[in-house]
Design a protein around this ligand. Sequence first.
Ligand code: NDP
Length: 327
Amino acid sequence: MEYRRLGNSGLQISALSLGTWLTFGGHIDDTMADTLMSISYDAGVNFFDNAESYQGGKSEVVMGNILKQKTWSRSSYLVSSKIFWGNEDGKPNQKGLSRKHIFEATQKSLRSLQLDYIDLMFCHRPDKTVPIEETVWAMHNLITQGKILYWGTSEWSASEIMEAHLLCEVHHLIKPMVEQPHYNMFVRGKMENEFSHLFKHKGLGTTVWSPLASGLLSGKYHNGVPANTRLGDENLAWLKDSTINKERTDKINLLQALAKDLNLSLPVLALSWCLKNTNVSTVILGATKAIQLEENLTAIEKYTTLTAEVMEKIEAILQNKPVLPAF
Ligand code: NDP
C-alpha cells in the first residue's frame, strides 16, 4: 500500500480506502462486510468511509460491530462519518448543518460506530439555510471536545470552502482540510479545474468517491444491465439513468481495448487513472464481493504503468479534459 498525506495535515492515509454506501447494511450481508474490511485492512488500507445517512444509519452500526470484534489497534485505522441528511424522521433540526444537528449527529455516530472519536467528519453537502460561520464553529468545537480529529466537506463549491477557510482565519478556528468530491473518468470538473486554487494555496486533501462510476467503469454493463448489480437495482433507477448513456458506453468500449493492450482489467485501469492524480489523497473503493475488492486493490501496484503516453491515449478517448481559464 502507498500512504499519502491528507492535504497539508499530518495525517497519512492509504491511497486506496473502503467505503460503505449502498453496501454495508444494504446490498451485502454483515459477514461480507466483515470480509471486505479484513481484506482491505490486510492490504494496508487504513481508512473506512461512512455517513450518518448510509442505509438510514445501519451502515455505521454494521461497521461499529465489525470494528468491535477486531483486534486492530485503534491507532492503525481512520474512520469517517458525514453529516447532512440525518437518519431519523427528517423533522426540523434532524438534518442539515446547524450546530444542533452537527452535535447530535456526531453523538449518534459515535454510539453507532462504538468509537470514542471519529477521525474525519465531513459536512456531506453545503447547507444553504445555515450560515457557514455557525457550521465552522460547530466543527471546530467538535475537535476541541475530542469527538472528532479533523473535519472537511463533501461536494461543497470552491467558494464555499474558501469562505470556511476565511472564517477560520478570522476567528482562529481549525480549518476544513479535506473535501470528498465525485471523481472518475467521466466526472472531472471539481478535481481538475474548480479546486485548483485550493490545492495550490490551501493544501486541500481529497477522498474521492465513485471512482468506477457506480461500477459502470468495470465494463459489466456492456450488454445491458445484469441482475444483482447496483445499476440493476430497481430502487436505484435514478442512479442508472444518470450514470449510463451511449457516449459513455462508446468510450468504455475503447477503454476496454486499451486496457487489454496494457494487460490490465478495465476497473484497474480506471482506478489507476484516479491514482495518477497527485491531488487525490485516497480513492474510496466500493465493492459487494471479495473478488471485486481484491481486483481493485491491485491498482496500487499497477498505476505507475500508466505512462504519459498511456495517459495521452486515455485523454484521446475521453475527450473531456476540463479547460482551465487562460492566464
Ligand atoms: P464505485 O464507483 O467504485 O462503485 C462501486 C460498485 O461498483 C461496487 O459496490 C460494485 O457494485 C461495483 N464494482 C466495484 N468493483 C467492481 C469490479 N471490479 N467489477 C465489477 N463491479 C465492480 O464506488 P462507490 O460509488 O461505491 O463509491 C465509493 C465510496 O465513496 C462509497 O462507498 C462511499 O463511501 C463514498 N461515496 C461518497 C459520496 C459523497 O457524497 N460523499 C457519494 C457516493 C459514494 P455491484 O456489485 O453492486 O454492481
